[in-house]
Design a protein around this ligand. Structure first.
Ligand code: ACO
Length: 337
């Protein structure tokens, strides 16, 4: 059986930076840099311009990952696109990315697992490669949150947290003793409504109410994301700790044996709490949330690509990853670089 390893990484942020103070000055939101930084660690985020969506940003990140892997898009056996902000309801953003990459025929699949999407995708990519069904899989996490945030004081509890970005990896087959060793995933759908953005209800006829002129009308409660922040915080801490500990238990390792741990970037306070509780050295736990906010499916691949670009990831390094998000869904991974 082949091993599956990450052969290339890439990332992309749209150029426009929106600081916490910009949320006050440009959008008129009743918030402050101090409030946001104190609770989340976020200082700024990137917002894409109108006309730019997840497939386009994913394309930038994918090109970088393919270049770094040294392969052409036509050599791919599968494209996996993780997002909660697809360009359209259907088809998925994966096929739009495939069109941009000019590789017709390559299968493309969307993964809808929010903040855990990248780890669900990594599990899928590794399984395809290890089984021999694929030699190279492109895995992209891309989000265009800015178009779907309630950027008013009413929505400040959610809208101050999120930003736009894309991250990508190529997962490839190797005979070397390295790569993706183990991934654990979990979900608990009883918490589906704790963090959600519904927009429509497919059980209703029609699925979006119509006004007397036949135009669709979406109420603010349906249109914007809802979150019970305290419940998310508590569960994120618990599930990321237990899934990372489970991975280490399976490999008879201590968490402190890991050389680097990439946490989903939902909130710096969540990650600091986990790092301290598990006795992890702060230097082993990089973050980018200060600069780009929570970019959901893009958090881990952007963080990884930045660490690789900065020369901080070395062959043989033991790497952990952990994520938690809407669903609830969660997971952890163990890789040898
Ligand atoms: N600026 C100023 N005031 C705000 C803001 C803001 N941006 N957002 C909320 N408030 C106000 C609320 O309106 C509320 O005011 P009230 O008491 O007058 O009603 C007050 O602050 C407290 O609101 P809470 O939501 O209770 O604030 P909390 O202390 O829980 O902090 C936060 C909110 C930061 C979201 C926190 O719950 C959290 O970090 N939760 C984790 C969830 C998370 O990170 N989610 C990310 C997405 S999910 C994921 O990726 C895992």
């Amino acid at each position: 059986m082949k091993n599956a390893y990450i052969s290339g990484t890439g990332y992309y942020y749209p150029p426009r930076v929106v600081t916490n103070q910009d949320l006050v000055d440009q959008y008129g939101i009743d918030t402050s840099d101090e409030w946001i930084q104190k609770r989340t660690g976020i200082k700024a985020r990137h917002f894409a311009d109108e006309g730019v969506g997840s497939a386009e940003m994913g394309h930038h990140a994918a090109k970088m990952a393919l270049d770094n892997a040294g392969i052409k898009a036509t050599e791919l056996d599968m494209i996996l696109f993780c997002t909660l902000s697809p360009d359209h309801t259907f088809p998925g953003s994966g096929v739009y990315l495939q069109a941009r990459l000019e590789c017709p025929g390559v299968p493309a699949m969307d993964i809808r697992n929010q903040c855990s999407g990248f780890l669900y995708g990594l599990q899928t990519a590794a399984a395809l490669v290890k089984s021999g069904a694929a030699k190279h899989v492109l895995l992209v996490g891309a989000e265009t949150h800015s178009a779907a945030l309630d950027l008013t004081t009413r929505g400040r509890g959610v809208s101050s947290l999120f930003g736009d970005a894309a991250g990508a990896v190529v997962v490839s087959a190797t005979d070397e003793d390295r790569g993706i060793q183990h991934i654990v995933l979990g979900a608990d759908g009883r918490y589906g409504d704790v963090l959600c953005q519904k927009i429509w209800d497919i059980t209703k006829r029609p699925f979006i109410p119509l006004d007397e002129d036949g135009n669709g009308v979406v109420s603010p409660e349906m249109m914007w994301a809802h979150m019970d922040g305290k419940l998310v915080f508590k569960n994120a801490v618990e599930k990321m700790i237990t899934s990372l500990a489970a991975i280490c238990w399976d490999y008879k390792m201590q968490v402190t044996d890991l050389d680097m741990v990439l946490f989903h970037q939902a909130n710096l306070r969540i990650n600091q709490f986990i790092q301290q509780t598990m006795g992890l050295d702060e230097a082993k736990v990089p973050s980018n949330i200060e600069r780009c906010g929570n970019t959901t499916a893009a958090t881990i691949p952007t963080l990884l690509a930045e660490q690789v670009e900065q020369g901080k990831v070395e062959p043989g390094m033991k790497m952990g990853m952990a994520a938690f998000g809407s669903g609830f869904t969660w997971g952890a991974a163990y890789l040898v670089w």
